[in-house]
Design a binder for this molecule. Structure first.
Ligand code: ADP
Ligand code: MG
Length: 139
């Protein structure tokens, strides 16, 4: 899929909504990008597209680590974890087995815990409001 550009938070949410329709019901999706790139914003759109929650009810799971939305959508943020043994306690393997969409911010920091089959979404700031989004299916 070619890189896509958005010029506002709303456009990124709309992109996430469309992306949600292309994703299978069971899939691990890494949201990759710097702080403030728009990973959580994209998650809002994907969750909305799944009909699991409204964007305003989706917040960053930075402190809670895992948020569960209805209709089989999980949103995880590993930013605050430093060590593999901390990640182990989350039981990601069990989550990955569920018939669910699992969105993960900062998951690429712990590649040993990731399934071989996953979708990687990269988001990069080009300016204050411009973002470039790339979607890649792995396996
Ligand atoms: P991350 O989760 O990657 O740290 P957030 O989604 O929490 O990033 O924050 C992105 C910030 O960038 C928000 O304040 C949002 O309003 C702003 N922003 C500006 N333009 C865009 C855009 N095109 N797409 C997404 N976010 C944008
Ligand atoms: Mg975030």
């Amino acid at each position: 899929m070619p890189a896509f550009r958005t010029s506002s938070e709303a456009e990124t949410i709309a992109f996430g909504e469309r992306l949600a329709l292309d994703l299978p019901s069971k899939r691990v999706v890494l949201l990759i990008g710097n702080l403030g790139a728009g990973k959580t914003t994209l998650a809002k759109g994907i969750v909305k597209g799944r009909g699991a929650a409204q964007p305003e009810d989706v917040s960053s799971p930075t402190f809670t680590l895992i948020h569960e939305y209805g209709s089989g959508v999980y949103h995880i943020d590993l930013y605050r974890l430093d060590e593999a043994r901390e990640v182990e306690t989350l039981g990601l393997d069990e989550l990955f087995e569920r018939d669910a969409l699992v969105l993960i911010e900062w998951g690429e920091r712990f590649p040993q815990f990731l399934p071989a089959e996953r979708t990687e979404v990269r988001i990069r700031a080009l300016g204050d409001d411009e973002r470039e989004i790339e979607v890649r299916e792995i396996a």
